[in-house]
Design a protein around this ligand. Sequence first.
Ligand code: ADP
Length: 387
Amino acid sequence: MKILVLNSGSSSVKFQLFEMPEKKVIVKGLAERIGEEKGRFKIGDWEVNKALPSHKEALELLTDYLLNKENQIIKNKEDIVAIGHRVVHGGKSFMQPTLVNVQVKDKIKELFSLAPLHNPANLIGIETAEQIFPKAKQIAIFDTAFHHTIPEVNHKYAIPKKFYDEGIQKYGFHGISHQYVSREAIKKLGKDSSKIITLHLGNGASATAVVDGKSFDTSMGFGPMNGLIMGTRSGDIDQSIIFYLMDKMAYSSEDVQAILNKKSGMMALAGSNDLRDIEQRAEQGEATALMALEMYANAIKKYVGSYVAEMGGLDALVFTAGIGENSDVVRRLVTKDMAFFGISIDLEKNKQAKIYQGDIGNSKTKVWVIPTNEELEIAVQSYELLS
Ligand code: ADP
């Protein structure tokens, strides 16, 4: 059965076509700069550079490619049985993979206010796919869903109850990735009862405590700015700063949003959100870059420590996403001086993580690098829903 996975952003769509249940990737690609003058569409080794006025033109190029006789991927559109869509915010309404219908789309729309940068684009992806593949089942997989198991003690904020009743609570994000890598870690551990911390360190970043396969706590909260230091987001700050910026320094709410979302994090600390660049400068001894890396790793350490404490132990610490998978420097700094905690790594294995299949630990607690695969997780969850 062929399942297409779409991850739609406001100006991009990433896609992968899977043969399920074999989990085989048939083809993958992306469309970028949608709505801009110069768009780019890439699939396999075919690339087109032309304006893509909307998501529709991007999906039309995709269907042309799939239907092209030379490529022999599909004979007609109906060969694609289902389309799995990443949807960022499911609020309290969606805790499972969900077959899309009118009510589901209305609900996703209602959640625009909780994820203004993501849910609108996700819905455009769904509606465009409905137009282009009218016979396919459209399935929504929510990034918040994995975290619906976080218990009240960890998902409630200490603010008046009426706000909680309004839906103000911790939702958490990157759930598809945390779910995928924690599942992989549980397979490797080979036991039912487990305590794991997954560190998704990409441009956005979050840490999740996973007990027996279920999310137990996570560092992002009501929105995706909280927790770890990220590429351009501040992570945890004192709320008073927001009031000071607005009341004393006359920044508007939009300004503050932009500062904390786009101008903070590593961008603010080191002038770049590309960790490779910061690492290079740190290697040359640049003090600003060294301090930025230290702060970045320290923020992660604090979450690891608190999650070990609240779970009462740890079987495995998992690094994933662009930085987690590739930066031996960050992995070394995060795990430094944690032997008393039962966490320690082999520095040589850390440098050559791929050769060691990501097994870099040198302690009872496993330390693993596990590449995330959100697209595969979406395909698997879509397939499970259909079966
Ligand atoms: P996104 O959240 O956009 O999907 P990614 O998971 O691709 O982000 O991660 C992007 C981050 O990974 C960037 O900071 C980038 O510099 C970093 N990164 C990618 N490759 C490496 C590498 N080899 N060494 C260090 N950092 C890397």
